[in-house]
Ligand binder design. Structure first.
Ligand code: MV4
Length: 461
């Protein structure tokens, strides 16, 4: 087993990794920017190294500084967490060439999944269902028009280097295609330095359902069921749950089986998440694959009883999977609310000092957070303050438990989106489990939704 792991991240995920290491008897090295000198991940780790000034580019994304820190402290592995360098194939490659294990899949798969056109092709070859679309890169507007005619409108143009919604354009009629193609291409060049586009049939009100994959270096793959992540705004997820109310046991079996078989064919190893779009008829289509641990991994941990970070580290060390698919059981229902330091109506980031702080607790409640009283939320990094996770025997009880936990949460001195969560969890469509990716938009637009949000702001301590 590894003796020492360097955590190339900050915030709650750095703490989550440190906790898993401590339980495995592995020493930890925190890295931090000058602004993070007082952060909890620095205090929780056995050692720490300052790697640069506050901007991420000069610290948490600074590859030479990270490798120097790993070499100086003699770390034998680097855990990238999520975000930052977690899906950077070049970084994974440099780590391996420095004889430092990268906790994640091999650079080949990271690179494959990073290019959405190549990922789509690999998914098709591995037997995953795809939406009708171009088999490869669409070279110009004329070619896009030919494909659109075959596929049928509406269509969506997507950047090969994209993900997270950048460089995407929905096109509803032939006359709008040429303009959309050039705008999307320009956006993709500006954002990713790569203007390659592909085209797909557009699904109007999709649900975002993802399958958790766990794979070892010896060809064994299992899945841990699905997470539903349809409650999101501008591609930022806000609420995730497992299981999804829109997935029957039969559909779960099917999605899990095809996902697992595809990963065996691709030669995937370590943790991974396959994202699917589900249409109104319950049909699912491959969207993209994430080759890292995800923010929302705790809901899967709560329903399966599998410690994903512990497993991830053991898998990176080459340990074979002990669990077989038949050993995986999903029990009850788990929900996660992402508590962000942001305005609950405009969603604008709201950094600043937390002057008063009290976290919820009790049966079935988990808080993954790096916040504490007198902590200052910094403007340089993402605004995730805490993940509030509940687990209960069934979905209605989980919803009641989450509402109870949200009512206990006190954060003074900054604005948070706790009122948004309070409003969301009383929406009929959420309670019925009958919602899609337009949920937040509808809540904010509706009379009752916006009224409830304003009331929740008044009532939130
Ligand atoms: C789509 C789609 C509808 N049809 N593709 C958004 C981010 C990127 N990963 C892919 N996305 C979408 N792709 C087709 N063919 C709708 C979205 C989409 C979306 C997907 C998941 C969760 C939230 C979303 C919000 C808006 C659009």
């Amino acid at each position: 087993m590894f003796k020492k792991i360097l955590i190339a991240n900050r915030g709650e995920i750095a703490l989550r990794i440190i906790r898993a290491c401590r339980e495995l008897g592995i020493a930890t090295v925190a890295v931090h920017s000058t602004a993070d000198a007082n952060a909890l991940h620095v205090r929780f780790a056995d050692e720490s190294v300052c790697i640069g000034p506050p901007p991420s580019k000069e610290s948490y994304l600074n590859i030479p500084a990270l490798l120097s820190a790993a070499e100086i402290t003699r770390a034998d592995a680097i855990h990238p967490g999520y975000g930052f360098l977690s899906e950077n194939a070049d970084f994974a490659e440099v780590c391996e060439s420095c004889k430092i294990r990268f906790v994640g899949p091999n650079p080949r798969v990271i690179r494959l999944m990073g290019n959405k056109v190549r990922a789509r092709e690999a998914a098709r070859e591995a037997g995953l269902p795809l939406l009708p679309g171009s088999p490869g890169v669409v070279r110009d507007a004329k070619e896009a028009e030919e494909w659109a005619r075959k596929i049928g409108f509406p269509v969506i143009l997507k950047a090969a280097a994209g993900g997270g919604g950048k460089g995407m354009k929905i096109v509803r009629e032939p006359s709008a295609l040429a303009q959309a193609f050039s705008t999307a291409t320009a956006e993709a060049v500006a954002s990713f330095g790569n203007g390659d586009m592909y085209i797909e049939r557009y699904v109007e009100k999709p649900r975002h359902i993802e399958i958790q994959i766990v794979a070892d270096n010896h060809g064994n793959v299992i899945h841990l069921g699905e997470r539903e992540c349809s409650v999101q705004r501008r591609h930022q997820k806000l609420i995730e749950e497992s299981p999804s109310a829109g997935v029957s046991p039969e559909l779960r079996e099917e999605m899990g089986r095809v996902s697992l078989e595809a990963m065996q064919k691709i030669g995937y190893s370590n943790l991974g998440t396959i994202e699917y779009l589900m249409d109104e008829n319950g049909r699912f289509y491959f969207m993209e694959m994430n080759t890292r641990v995800q923010v929302e991994h705790p809901v899967t941990e709560m329903v399966t009883g599998v410690d994903l970070l512990r497993e991830q580290i053991k898998l990176a060390d080459g340990e074979p999977l002990k669990r077989k698919q038949k050993d995986v059981k999903m029990t009850g229902s788990a929900i996660e609310c992402r508590v962000n330091a942001e305005d609950p109506i405009t969603f604008a980031p709201w950094p600043g000092k937390i002057t008063g702080y009290s976290v919820p607790g009790g049966y079935g409640v988990r808080v993954d957070s790096a916040a504490y009283e007198n902590y200052t939320v910094l403007p340089y990094y993402d605004s995730l303050l805490a993940k509030l996770i509940v687990h209960a025997e069934d979905r209605p009880t989980a919803i009641a438990r989450m509402r109870r936990a949200l009512s206990e949460y006190v954060v003074e001195g900054i604005r948070t989106n706790i009122p948004f969560h309070r409003a969301a969890l009383v929406e009929d469509s959420f309670i019925e489990g009958n919602y899609d990716t337009r949920f937040v938009e509808r809540l904010l637009k509706s009379e009752t939704g916006s009224h409830r949000l304003r009331k929740a702001i008044e009532e939130t301590p």
